[in-house]
Write a protein that binds this ligand. Structure first.
Ligand SMILES: *[C@@H]1O[C@H](CO)[C@@H](O)[C@H](O)[C@H]1NC(C)=O
Ligand SMILES: *[C@@H]1O[C@H](CO)[C@@H](O)[C@H](O)[C@H]1NC(C)=O
Ligand SMILES: *[C@@H]1O[C@H](CO)[C@@H](O)[C@H](O)[C@H]1NC(C)=O
Length: 238
């Protein structure tokens, strides 16, 4: 009897231990996620922490960005030129998350909605709401980090960016969930147009600023995702 119980426990425990605890992180957005170097900086910085080797960057894109870094995990879901509104209307994130499931996601979107088509803030936020719904449909425990986006060099667009950014915190808190938190990261404050290489995309100093802004929320998201996986293991053992 005792040995039977023990062997059942050992089987359950080894099942639990064989659960894959690698965290899957999707960098999601437009060109400010795709053709930039903050992802390389983020990957490098992770390797200097307790998270080294435990986070897999995922996504269909593998763009070489001339970051002078041959080692980082380039997988991402940044799509140059894309509008949040179009991604939402065309349901594109659904396919992207089907191909590459994620535990943690960062989203920096809205720049093209504003710079290309001067879309109303309310329509951009409605698209964000649909995108968060898609994330949670794929993973009810998705840990979500959303950016108040960086400035661009064109004055009128920048006024609209400020308007969008101003509304993001209350939009996000309205959708916040204990099992799927949304953390808002202010990428605008302290980012100067002189941190842009071409009026739109960060240069080296902008990439570093973006890394530093993502970092604290990103670590919270990783810790929350890791806690979920540990809970699953406990349920197996119990
Ligand atoms: C665990 O998951 C990661 C990320 O998806 C994957 O790269 C790795 O191959 C998996 N490991 C095993 C042992 O299945
Ligand atoms: C969402 O909830 C988390 C705690 O679970 C909190 O840290 C975060 O700031 C909240 N986000 C917003 C936008 O209120
Ligand atoms: C970033 O670009 C700006 C404007 O061109 C320049 O003043 C600054 O020195 C650049 N910084 C870095 C770190 O490349």
């Amino acid at each position: 009897m005792v040995s039977f119980t023990l062997s059942v426990l050992l089987t359950l425990a080894s099942t639990a231990l064989s659960q894959n605890t690698t965290l899957r992180y999707m960098p999601f957005g437009d060109s400010i996620t795709e053709i930039v170097c903050w992802r390389a900086l983020l990957w490098d910085k992770l390797q200097t922490t307790e998270w080294a080797g435990t986070v897999d960057f995922v996504g269909s894109g593998k763009t070489e960005n001339n970051c002078g870094n041959t080692k980082y995990d380039r997988d991402n879901e940044g799509h140059s030129g894309f509008l949040a509104i179009n991604i939402a209307n065309q349901n594109q994130l659904d396919g992207w998350l089907t191909r590459n499931p994620a535990d943690v996601i960062t989203m920096h979107l809205g720049t093209n909605d504003i710079a290309q088509q001067s879309k109303p803030t309310a329509d951009i936020l409605a698209a964000f709401t649909k995108l968060v719904g898609t994330m949670r449909a794929h993973n009810a425990k998705m840990k979500i980090v959303v950016a108040q986006i960086i400035p661009i060099s064109f004055g009128t667009s920048n006024t609209k960016i400020q308007d969008l950014n101003k509304q993001i915190p209350s939009w996000a808190s309205g959708l916040n969930k204990t099992e799927s938190p949304i953390w808002v990261v202010d990428q605008y404050t302290g980012f100067s147009t002189s941190d842009l290489r071409d009026g739109v995309h960060p240069n080296a100093s902008g990439d570093k600023k973006m890394l530093d802004k993502w970092w604290p929320a990103f670590l919270k998201a990783l810790a929350a995702a890791k806690a979920d996986k540990a809970k699953v293991e406990m349920e197996y053992v119990a």
